[in-house]
Design a binder for this molecule. Structure first.
Ligand SMILES: [Zn+2]
Length: 279
């Protein structure tokens, strides 16, 4: 629980690669929450953002010191939930696995495939077992709002896309990249989003992924480098910021949500006795 009372905040933005510098922040509160899962990646920055109270959390730490497998995903999302957040907007840098998704394009993902191996990807691993549905992992309402907003702006974006989440921090081998592209038919590849999204669903948070393509991974010939990703995001991040500036004010405030995310735990708790068959 928070140590003190903060201004109400319903929207969080997980700021990732390239979204560390934000302008026009007013009425700023810096918040650190105690959680059963330890500390957050960085202090949460709550502020007025284009007329709306928003909580920013730097996923990789204030100085980008946390690699993807060491991000405290559970502490981050738990803290946001305790603050009253309902909507999590998640910009992320990705590699493109398809020719038509060019560097600089934004993908409003509608599916993911999780190839991570060693992460805490549930809150329910002790006394109770919950099997939440992630058939549709992203909030339908947020996606539709983001799509309609993006259509009013003049950058290239894709309404759907499947995200492959790998463990990292290394980039893929060529064989892996071709496998993800040709056999799995995925569209983009990254290292954070699937873990974050699944945990958000367990907390009944609405989650939207805003993936920005920075490169063509290595399937197309050129090996990826961290500098390539960073340089690409410097030019692409403006479009993500423009989308967020238009999208955030449109998200309903102080309203009861009706989307599936808002009652994800309903009927998800498994209470089998020891004689019952398990799946
Ligand atoms: Zn939702």
């Amino acid at each position: 629980m928070p140590n003190k009372q903060y201004l109400p905040v319903e929207i969080a933005i997980m700021s990732g690669t390239g979204l560390d510098q934000l302008d026009k922040l007013n009425n700023v509160e810096q918040i650190t929450m105690n959680t059963p899962f330890g500390s957050q990646s960085a202090p949460i920055i709550a502020c007025d953002y284009f007329g709306t109270r928003v909580a920013f959390l730097a996923r990789h730490g204030r100085y980008h010191e946390l690699p993807p497998h060491n991000v405290p995903y559970r502490a981050n999302l738990w803290a946001l939930k305790q603050l009253g957040v309902k909507y999590v907007l998640s910009p992320c840098a990705v590699g493109s696995l398809q020719e038509h998704i060019k560097p600089g394009h934004i993908v409003l993902c509608d599916q993911f495939i999780d190839f991570t191996k060693s992460r805490h990807n549930t809150f329910y691993d002790k006394d109770q077992v919950y099997h939440v549905s992630l058939a549709d992992p992203f909030c339908h309402h947020l996606r539709q709002l983001a799509i309609s907003t993006a259509k009013t702006l003049d950058f290239e974006f894709h309404e759907t896309g499947t995200y492959i989440c790998i463990e990292g921090p290394r980039f893929s081998t060529r064989a892996e990249s071709r496998f993800f592209q040709e056999s799995m038919k995925a569209d983009v590849i990254g290292m954070t989003m699937a873990t974050e999204c699944a945990l958000a669903r367990e907390l009944e948070l609405c989650y939207l992924a805003i993936a920005t393509s920075t490169d063509y991974d290595c399937w197309r010939g050129t090996p990826v480098s961290a500098k390539m990703v960073e340089d690409s995001m410097k030019t692409s991040i403006k479009n993500v910021q423009r989308l967020l500036e238009k999208l955030v004010p449109k998200i309903p405030k102080n309203q009861t949500r009706t989307c599936a995310c808002s009652h994800a735990l309903k009927n998800a708790c498994q209470t089998l006795n020891k004689d019952s068959a398990q799946r």
